[in-house]
Design a protein around this ligand. Structure first.
Ligand code: 9MR
Length: 477
């Protein structure tokens, strides 16, 4: 029962935004869960990704394409992480070095590695004052606005179906006590440049979560935090498409982890957006550093819509602030005390609360089929059952599948469904898919095959065309 409850609260998937009805089901399960006392589960994960997945979350790292030939680096990446963010490869200068000429070679290396290994991809970033190519730095006014929107559209369209979350706009607010927008060529095109970018991103990839991402927005009392909060509140009120807020969370003596961090996370979440910790690093060493990592993870687990954590690099030597040794692995790839604390915090039982706020941002194109097919096979027998939630828009869909083990538990599982004619799967997360058209099957990946009796886990897939209807078949092994 304890195990069931811990699992019932899990919800890490790219489709969470659209799963209103499923959220209601989970909320029902949570009402039961609230009556039991949690203990650390026997299945507590032994890697960051597995442990986060058990809590319905992802654990990611920023990675660099040119390090994918470093076997130590890739070994840690593949073992520990189930999400990646290209550290520089999707930025404007990298993807559109000349106006209208797009290069995706290095970003593709990262995306392909992620897809091949069942990892999600956070796209970073579509619109930013920094790392603009020279041609864009020199632009202004309407021409710049159009160039920016074209960039958003082209890049998000190219990766449509492959991105879990996009940092649509990065670092648009000024530091200090004013709460003002940062001055930049983009800002000078008009205050509405941010919402214009979000609308373009939604149209280009309706299946990706759209985030506003910034730094020094961790302390709830800071003017910059409040300014971002007001932006998100305004977007939600006016129906501007936004699904998530990224808190970069670069912590160091000048910008320390604030004691009100959890308040910041929960306050943003209360606006009806997911919160993602997107660039975590904590300068320091030893127990002090470890305890700060522990606090950050505990804060995220305590907030239902804090859906994932990304650290900004793998080894200390990979960090943009290498001298501050801010990461979880040392230069030789050994686990630091910070790693152990992070894993322990992820495995600590009972801190996750299930979502109570259903996603509220509708896709730009309303679903053309009812969003949710209720499970027709109740859990409880041997084997397993699968229930689905569908987000359909014109030309594409995201299906989120909850696999629930029967009375015997599972060592592994396979879920099969049949796509209608013309439909094709483009991407899957937390599962390995076989077949892209017609009859398709999704099998567990390493960390989510073993389910205790009644326990459940989620995976998802995205495709073009019309989503499958009906309840998929679940086979346990
Ligand atoms: O880690 C990135 C580093 O390799 C780049 O040189 C730098 C250039 O701007 O960007 C770093 O990543 C930044 C991220 O894109 C946005 N938030 C702050 C990160 C650290 O500077």
């Amino acid at each position: 029962m304890k195990h069931v409850s811990a699992r019932a609260s899990g919800r890490w998937s790219a489709g969470a935004r659209r799963r209103t009805a499923l959220v209601s089901v989970l909320a029902g399960a949570a009402a039961v869960a609230a009556t039991v006392i949690f203990a650390p589960t026997a299945s507590a994960g032994t890697t960051l990704g597995a442990s986060a997945a058990e809590k319905g979350r992802y654990f990611g790292a920023a990675i660099a394409a040119h390090k994918l030939s470093d076997s130590t680096y890739v070994g840690i990446l593949n073992r520990e992480f189930n999400s990646v963010t290209p550290e520089n490869e999707m930025k404007l200068d990298a993807t559109e070095p000349q106006q209208g000429v797009f290069t995706f070679t290095n970003a593709d290396r990262i995306v392909n590695h992620a897809i091949a290994n069942g990892m999600a991809v956070r796209g970073h970033t579509l619109a930013w004052h920094s790392q603009q190519p020279g041609w864009m730095q020199n632009m202004s006014g309407t021409a710049l606005r159009q160039a920016m929107l074209n960039h958003v559209t082209r890049v998000a369209s190219y990766y449509r179906g492959k991105i879990h979350s996009w940092d649509v706009v990065n670092e648009a607010f000024a530091d200090g006590s004013t709460g003002a927008r940062r001055d930049s060529n983009l800002q000078r095109t008009g205050d509405d440049w941010i919402e214009a970018a979000f609308r373009a991103a939604r149209a280009a990839d309706p299946g990706a979560k759209l985030c506003y991402n910034d730094y020094n927005t961790d302390n709830w009392t800071h003017a910059k935090t409040q300014a971002v909060y007001n932006l998100v509140r305004d977007f939600k009120a006016r129906g501007v498409p936004i699904d998530c807020v990224g808190l970069q969370s670069h912590f160091n003596p000048n910008s320390p982890y604030p004691s009100n961090y959890r308040t910041t996370l929960s306050s943003f979440a209360a606006l009806g957006v997911d919160v993602q910790i997107t660039e975590l690093d904590i300068e320091g060493s030893g127990t002090t550093q470890a305890n700060t990592y522990r606090s950050v993870v505990a804060d995220c687990l305590a907030v239902a819509r804090c859906t994932g954590i990304t650290v900004w690099g793998i080894r200390d030597t990979d960090s943009w602030r290498a001298s501050g040794t801010p990461l979880l692995f040392d230069g030789n790839g050994n686990k630091k005390p910070a790693y152990t604390a992070t894993l322990e915090a992820l495995n600590a039982g009972g801190t996750t609360t299930p979502p109570t706020t259903p996603p509220t941002t509708p896709p730009t194109t309303p679903p053309t089929t009812p969003p949710t097919t209720p499970p027709t096979t109740p859990p409880g027998g041997a084997g397993c059952s699968a229930s689905v939630s569908v987000n359909q828009w014109t030309g594409g869909f995201v299906v989120t599948v909850r696999v629930t083990a029967g009375s015997g538990g599972t060592q592994g599982w396979a879920v099969s469904t049949t796509l209608p004619g013309g439909a094709a799967v483009t991407n899957a997360w937390n599962a390995q898919g076989s077949g892209t058209t017609g009859s398709v099957t999704f099998r567990n990946v390493a960390y989510n095959g073993q389910l205790g009796a009644g326990a459940s886990t989620e995976f998802g897939f995205q495709g073009t065309g019309t989503a499958p209807t009906g309840t998929p078949t679940c086979t346990a092994s």
